[in-house]
Ligand binder design. Structure first.
Ligand code: AMP
Ligand code: ZN
Ligand code: FE
Ligand code: FE
Length: 281
């Protein structure tokens, strides 16, 4: 039986495996179609498509854009977009620039806390222009300051921790508009992150829909059956598309596997056609 995985990160952002290796894992997991959704960058798509053509896996162009939501973040996935669109390319480049303005400030804080680490080391390890906190966490791991990426976030990098520095982020409506303008479908990623339930979440999603939101990530590695059912209800109620994916990152999230998440994820193949039909790529 085939399955989808519409949320995957590679070495083109903060994942630890290159696209071809992610595709190989997808094939082993029985994934028939997938989306590469690197943060603020689309450069992994051609490599993924080449591997997909070899393995018989359909590769949907995707991206993940972080936006501001109060003191927290709201992540927007974009699917089936014209990923080479020059306006989109320019907008994503600006988002990566904001990472390069924030990251050295994080390094400064870590250095003040006694950790010997430089941004050059982080950039060298990242090997991409979309440099994120997970890359910083990996250098901290390599140098023995923390045992895991989770420890790096829990002790230093997460919101509210001593080395946290906020990044300039677009509004959710901007992320939605940018994806739409590139012909894609904007989808609210991992809805538990926005920490809203019941009517408040309905209101938020209704507002986002009015701004152009097309779908919600109902199936996700960390969702329990109750959450999946609740988000499915929400999607039906607001007439939003249903998507799902693992948010695989490789060693940064070692408990999450391509296609199956923590073991129980299964994203139905039938969700793909409606998503493709909703796009104007
Ligand atoms: P950034 O894009 O640089 O702000 O980093 C945020 C990314 O770090 C998220 O998209 C996740 O991939 C990852 N992340 C966030 N929180 C954690 C955490 N607690 N443990 C591990 N990775 C995390
Ligand atoms: Zn990530
Ligand atoms: Fe995310
Ligand atoms: Fe993600």
């Amino acid at each position: 039986m085939g399955r989808l995985d519409l949320h995957l990160h590679t070495t083109h952002s903060d994942g630890s495996l290159p696209p071809a290796e992610v595709l190989a894992l997808a094939q082993k997991a029985g994934v028939t179609a997938l989306a590469i959704t690197d943060h603020d960058i689309t450069s992994g798509i051609p490599e993924a498509q080449a591997a997909g053509a070899q393995l018989g896996i359909e590769v949907i162009p995707g991206v993940e854009i972080s936006s501001r939501f109060g003191n927290s973040e709201l992540h927007m996935l974009g699917y089936c977009l014209k990923w080479q669109d020059p306006v989109l390319t320019e907008r994503l480049m600006r988002l990566r620039d904001s990472r390069h303005r924030r990251n050295p400030q994080i390094i400064e804080r870590l250095r003040a806390l006694g950790l010997d680490i430089t941004y050059e080391e982080v950039r060298a390890l990242a090997g991409t222009e979309s440099v994120g906190r997970p890359h910083i966490a990996r250098v901290m791991m390599d140098k023995g300051y923390v045992a895991s990426s989770k420890e790096a976030f829990d002790r230093y990098l997460a919101d509210g921790k001593p080395a946290h520095v906020p990044r300039e982020l677009p509004e959710p409506a901007d992320a939605i508009a940018w994806i739409r303008e590139a012909g894609g479908v904007p989808v609210l990623a991992h809805p538990t992150w926005v920490k809203q339930n019941g009517e408040a979440l309905v209101q938020l999603c209704a507002q986002l829909k009015a701004e152009g939101l097309g779908g919600i990530e109902v199936h996700y590695s960390t969702h329990n059956p109750r959450q999946t059912a609740d988000y499915l209800d929400l999607a039906k109620r607001l007439d939003l598309l249903v998507t799902g994916g693992s948010d695989f990152h490789g060693i940064t999230k070692p408990d999450i596997e391509v296609g199956i998440g923590k073991g129980g994820l299964s994203v139905p193949e039938k969700l793909l056609d409606p998503l493709k039909k909703a796009a104007h790529a």
